[in-house]
Design a protein around this ligand. Structure first.
Ligand SMILES: O=C(O)CCC(=O)C(=O)O
Ligand SMILES: [Fe+2]
Length: 270
């Protein structure tokens, strides 16, 4: 009889690296799939994180569409995924983006946190970084999100979520960025699996949801991160990922989707 010996194998490209700034080599490695995540502790000064957290703590959050996103994820800002119609950006997105600009302005912050994040990500990147445009109009630069009850196992891939090009650019790689403003002692971990969507995965999709049953990544190599306040995380969101529920405190982060365009420019959207 042939016995099957389970072998545990590790892909040396599937790892997260911690560094003191977002450098060109590591961003290239992430785009090329030679690493899976870049962590930069204390990306923004603590005083700025505190100012933004304090203002957002008073602000009125909305939630992502609850048909699709359950458990509830709170957000301050506009997510284009809530304005998707037939694979295109719905007309409702644009007035929401303009209204959102007023809401962020009314927080009275001394700085624009998304601009600071863009600068920190783009500091060593030769192609530069800018807020993406669609049909000439500027997208929402990013969102504040509070997944206190976690994010389901899911992936983000703009090429699959939209027909044609969401942005006025050809996107050749995609990143997700988060700057963490508040993190509970208990829970709130980010998990990333070494698996990208394949058609058979649809059997594991939760009803109507952006997310999947965790069985979709059963037995797949993964790593778990517990982000710290002030940390910036850049990872490839085409790998399945999830956020574990938080206990005892809010889990708040600024988030941006980032596409690498064929011109070499990084383009963000919310
Ligand atoms: O909050 C996190 O750590 C990750 C959230 C997420 O799903 C994403 O950034 O795509
Ligand atoms: Fe995600």
């Amino acid at each position: 009889m042939i016995s099957v010996i389970e072998s545990v194998s590790h892909d040396s490209f599937f790892k997260s690296v911690t560094t003191d700034h977002f450098d060109r080599g590591r961003i290239s490695d992430l785009a090329a799939g030679r690493i899976a995540a870049i962590r930069v502790p204390d990306l923004l000064p603590r005083s700025i994180c505190e100012e933004v957290l304090e203002a957002l703590t008073q602000a009125k959050f909305e939630s992502y569409g609850q048909e699709r996103v359950y458990p509830t994820v709170l957000r301050f800002g506009v997510g284009v995924s809530d304005h998707r119609h037939g694979g295109a950006v719905a007309d409702s997105y644009w007035p929401a983006v303009r209204e959102n600009e007023d809401r962020w302005r009314s927080l009275g912050l001394s700085i624009d946190p998304f601009e600071l994040c863009r600068k920190a990500i783009g500091t060593d990147w030769p192609g530069g970084i800018a807020v993406g445009r669609s049909g000439g109009r500027q997208m929402c630069p990013g969102v504040a999100r509070e997944p206190n009850d976690g994010f389901q196992v899911h992936f983000d891939n703009v090429l699959r979520e939209f027909k044609g090009n969401l942005l006025d650019a050809n996107i050749i790689s995609q990143f997700a960025f988060n700057l963490y403003l508040s993190m509970p002692d208990d829970g709130g971990e980010t998990v990333v699996w070494r698996h990208r969507w394949s058609p058979a995965d649809e059997a594991f999709r939760l009803p109507n949801s952006y997310g999947f049953s965790e069985d979709v990544v059963a037995g797949v190599e993964s790593f778990v991160l517990k982000p710290a306040v002030g940390e910036g995380l850049l990872f490839d969101p085409r790998n399945y990922h999830a956020v574990r529920p938080s206990r005892g405190a809010r889990r708040m982060a600024l988030g941006m989707s980032i596409g690498l365009s064929d011109t070499g420019q990084l383009l963000t959207w919310g």
